[in-house]
Ligand binder design. Structure first.
Ligand code: MG
Ligand code: ZN
Length: 355
């Protein structure tokens, strides 16, 4: 009997080391949000790219239920607060609950644990989606208050538009100067962003909103993503980043199929860079999803050889349809299934070992 027990203990000791018993936590999390990106938007981009997207490299796929606390159809503020804070709130809320009380965000949790943090967007950095990760305000329209909330954090990199909300403020404060005093490098063009690969970075690529991809913004999201990853990955403890393809939503509001396609392809190019990084790193969890669908967009014709797409819209607003979630890397399997949008926060927090 004694011998059998010893043999058993030896067997377990040999087959399962303590390291293997522990679940593997990713060191880094990159959340990518295609604002307004439903399955038709994705498929329009896929068709325009003649049949394949970088997104397809994701290994785990699920769906989330996007409804907000006060509406069947969410806006980007309640949607991003669900991802950032794990609670359903009212449309327009920036990182606050239904009683307008501040909710801690995953970006703030990462900062507290000593990780680096970053936000990248193709709209004003104070716009609803990025704002919900770093700010706590009762309304998404309070751009100057949202900009001020950036100063309360130690975010390492942010890249987007919205310079005027930092610089030309009703309270007379110049927060760009305050950022400089906090040792941020200030970039005002994509060329400057490309030339920076260490230290802290605040990049303002527009005074307010960035233009469309096709109206002069061009390929800024890919190099912005590369710079953010270069800076953030220098922290041995890891990082949390949110990267947004902000204007897929605006193409939907405009009922403009080509606008959607251009922004979707741009976002997928950034997805390619992120997945390349995650593959090489081996310790990065990537989640790609949307806050909601925009436009009630559908595809009534297309051609995989020519890349042509014929789209049709049912609304100029958001819709309440189920939203796909794609994941890659350690912890990706947690994102299989159908769950509330708030579960994305909880799954990320569990995956990285914060709870
Ligand atoms: Mg957005
Ligand atoms: Zn919208």
């Amino acid at each position: 009997m004694k011998n059998i027990i010893i043999v058993c203990i030896l067997f377990f000791a040999l087959t399962e080391s303590p390291a293997q018993q522990k679940t593997k936590h990713p060191k880094n999390i990159i959340l990518m949000i295609g604002d307004g990106m439903g399955t038709a938007q994705i498929y329009a981009g896929l068709t325009a790219k003649k049949g394949t997207l970088n997104l397809e490299q994701c290994t785990a796929i699920g769906f989330h239920k996007s409804q907000s606390s006060d509406s069947y159809v969410t806006d980007s503020a309640a949607g991003a607060t669900a991802f950032a804070c794990g609670e359903k709130t009212y449309n327009g809320a920036i990182g606050v609950d239904v009683n307008k009380k501040a909710l801690p965000t995953i970006l703030e949790a990462a900062e507290k644990k000593g990780l680096s943090t970053g936000l990248v967007a193709t709209c004003s950095i104070t716009h609803a989606t990025p704002a919900c990760f770093i700010s706590h305000q009762p309304s998404r329209s309070l751009d100057e208050a949202i900009a001020h909330d950036f100063m309360a954090t130690d975010i390492d990199v942010f890249i987007g538009g919205g310079r005027k909300f930092f610089e030309k403020r009703a309270d007379g404060k110049n927060l760009v100067d305050s950022l400089k005093a906090k040792n941020y490098q200030i970039a005002s063009s994509i060329q400057e962003v490309k030339n920076i690969n260490k230290g802290k970075l605040a990049a303002f690529l527009a005074d307010e909103q960035q233009p469309k991809f096709s109206d002069g913004r061009g390929d800024q999201l890919v190099p912005s993503t590369e710079t953010a990853l270069a800076i953030l990955s220098q922290n041995k403890k890891g990082f949390f980043a949110m990267i947004e393809g902000s204007q897929i939503d605006w193409g939907g509001h405009a009922n403009d199929t080509q606008y959607i396609i251009n922004e979707m392809v741009d976002f997928d190019n950034a997805i390619g860079k992120v997945l390349d990084f995650a593959k090489k790193d081996g310790n990065t969890l990537v989640i790609i999803t949307a806050d909601h669908e925009t436009g009630g967009f559908s595809l009534i014709n297309g051609n995989m050889k020519t890349g042509e797409v014929t789209g049709k819209f049912t609304t100029g607003d958001h819709t309440g349809v189920m939203i796909p979630v794609f994941a890659y890397g350690p912890g990706a399997e947690k994102f299989i299934g159908i769950y509330e949008n708030t579960a994305i926060y909880h799954k990320m927090m569990e995956a990285i070992g914060f709870k």
